[in-house]
Design a protein around this ligand. Structure first.
Ligand SMILES: [Zn+2]
Length: 500
């Protein structure tokens, strides 16, 4: 009797919850040898719960700082006889009017609307020989997903890549070379936080402790950007980062590297490389000219891979307002882990940290802007964008030193990072300022009020750090050159900073 009751409860309580937590959508993506003109044609099919004669679909008009992405979406009549459409860009909405039915299917196309440039483009790129489109800008989803009882919504996307010739590679952050993909993922933070590419990509793979890693790269690169060398750098970065976190739980992982416009005679003298972390990997877009500098790749690989944890497994509660941590601490550990792995010598590390972090921060005219400004102006002002990276890295450096001092070199900020990871993963907890301060307080044995005051003053309000020798372990010396702090350390002291 008891068993029966339990079964009864299970069936009637759990099934409705499961079914309302996920939507299922089928996508058929078609190849065309004139993709640039025709666009990537996609037929979406979706079953409604109740028969209706109009259905709302979602397509994001603003993506990663890019406006009017709706311009890249084209719906043409010959693909959709018997259907009518209304696009409401401001609401990220496509209304489809159809004969009363439960089964709806329509076809749209994604085209490139922008000219090729030498800097990264987060807009869809669709050429005859390749495409490069963020998941969010490739897949229209039913608006139902955002009205499910349980949020964030899950999606099951069945994708069929149709008529693609074998030499036109299909690769994305969910799989490689699969003509049929079933992706079950959280809609916003996974399915939409992804990249889909195809075309003349060269795909390499290797395993790190049984876990597969892929590199997809296209284009003919200048200088020493050879596939082999880039693959070697990736092979070296993976163990550095995964050993630091003591975490190798990645069933699929890929780096996708694409040149923005390749220029032989260029007006642009320099390199512009952008890395962006997505679900199961990261993408790199870079200018490609004779100014290609290999050191930039090493930096970006380490920075982006750090986001597998910071921002990836450790999820932020308040996105931009937490950038001081998700970008600043990421950058700090980009530098520290490269020093630890030998990718940077101490001399190089000092040079880079002094220049890229301390000097550039002190010279940034926006350096004293309060933290909330970052939320509004991150994509608008390059100087504002840079604040959280450097302010956060300086805070991390200060904290690291404080913990080393307090623990007599037994513990460092590294331990704090791993503890944060553990709690966030095990307890499904989001990172917040308060949570961070609570953990740090244990390591510093500091009064939480005093720590909160320090944090408020420098991170939230933007008052300059007043770095002094007595804040740091004695192995670091600090001097002020034209009122800008500069740190120094002798080679023999390195093992006091990098604990084995
Ligand atoms: Zn970053």
């Amino acid at each position: 009797m008891k068993n029966l009751t339990l079964k009864f409860l299970f069936v009637f309580l759990f099934i409705p919850i499961l079914s309302s937590a996920q939507i299922k959508v089928n996508y058929k993506v078609f190849y065309h040898n004139k993709l640039e003109d025709e666009g990537l044609k996609i037929t979406l099919s979706y079953n409604l719960k109740k028969a209706s004669d109009s259905t709302y679909f979602h397509y994001s008009n603003d993506v990663w700082g890019q406006k009017n992405i709706m311009n890249c979406l084209k719906i043409i009549e010959k693909d959709n006889p018997n259907l009518k459409f209304k696009i409401v860009s401001d609401s990220n909405r496509i209304v489809v009017y159809h004969p009363k039915t439960k089964k709806i299917s329509f076809t749209y196309r994604i085209l490139q609307d922008a000219k090729e440039t030498s800097s990264a483009s987060n807009r869809p790129r669709v050429k005859n020989n390749f495409f490069h489109i963020l998941g969010q800008s490739l897949f229209v989803v039913p608006e139902d997903a955002y009205h499910l009882k349980i949020q964030p919504a899950n999606i099951e996307a069945n994708i069929e890549w149709t008529d693609f010739p074998n030499d036109f590679k299909i690769h994305n952050t969910f799989g490689t070379n699969q003509k049929k993909q079933i992706i079950k993922a959280k809609l916003d933070e996974e399915f939409y936080h992804s990249l889909f590419v195809g075309g003349d990509y060269r795909i390499y793979d290797f395993k790190y402790q049984e876990k597969p890693v892929y590199l997809a790269i296209r284009g003919k690169w200048f200088n020493d950007y050879q596939d082999e060398k880039i693959l070697e750098t990736l092979k070296k970065t993976i163990p550095t980062q995964r050993n630091f976190w003591k975490d190798n739980a990645f069933d699929y992982y890929t780096v996708i590297m694409t040149p923005s416009n390749s220029e032989i005679d260029t007006l642009f003298k320099g390199q512009s490389m952008t890395g962006s972390g997505v679900k199961n990997g990261f993408l790199i877009q870079s200018s490609n000219n004779k100014f290609n500098n290999y050191d930039v790749i090493r930096y970006v690989f380490n920075h982006e891979m750090m986001h597998d944890w910071i921002g990836g497994k450790i999820k932020m509660k308040n996105e931009e307002l937490n950038y001081w941590f998700s970008e600043g601490f990421t950058d700090y550990y980009t530098f520290k882990n490269r020093l630890q792995s030998g990718d940077l010598t101490l001399k190089d590390w000092l040079r880079d940290f002094n220049k890229e972090v301390l000097q550039l921060h002190w010279k940034n005219p926006k350096k004293n802007e309060p933290n909330y400004v970052i939320k509004d102006d991150f994509w608008k002002s390059r100087n504002v964008e840079k604040i959280p990276y450097r302010r956060g890295a300086i805070f991390a450096f200060w904290l690291d030193n404080q913990i080393l001092k307090k623990s007599n070199y037994k513990k460092s900020l590294d331990d704090v990072m791993r503890e944060i990871l553990k709690i966030c993963v095990e307890q499904n907890k989001l990172f917040s300022d308060d949570f961070f301060l609570e953990i740090v307080q244990k390591y510093l044995e500091k009064d939480i009020k005093e720590l909160t005051y320090f944090f408020q003053k420098h991170i939230i309000n933007g008052v300059d750090f007043d770095l002094k020798n007595e804040d740091l372990i004695p192995e670091f010396q600090i001097e002020y050159v034209e009122k800008i702090p500069k740190i120094n350390m002798e080679e023999k002291s390195l093992n006091k900073y990098i604990l084995k």
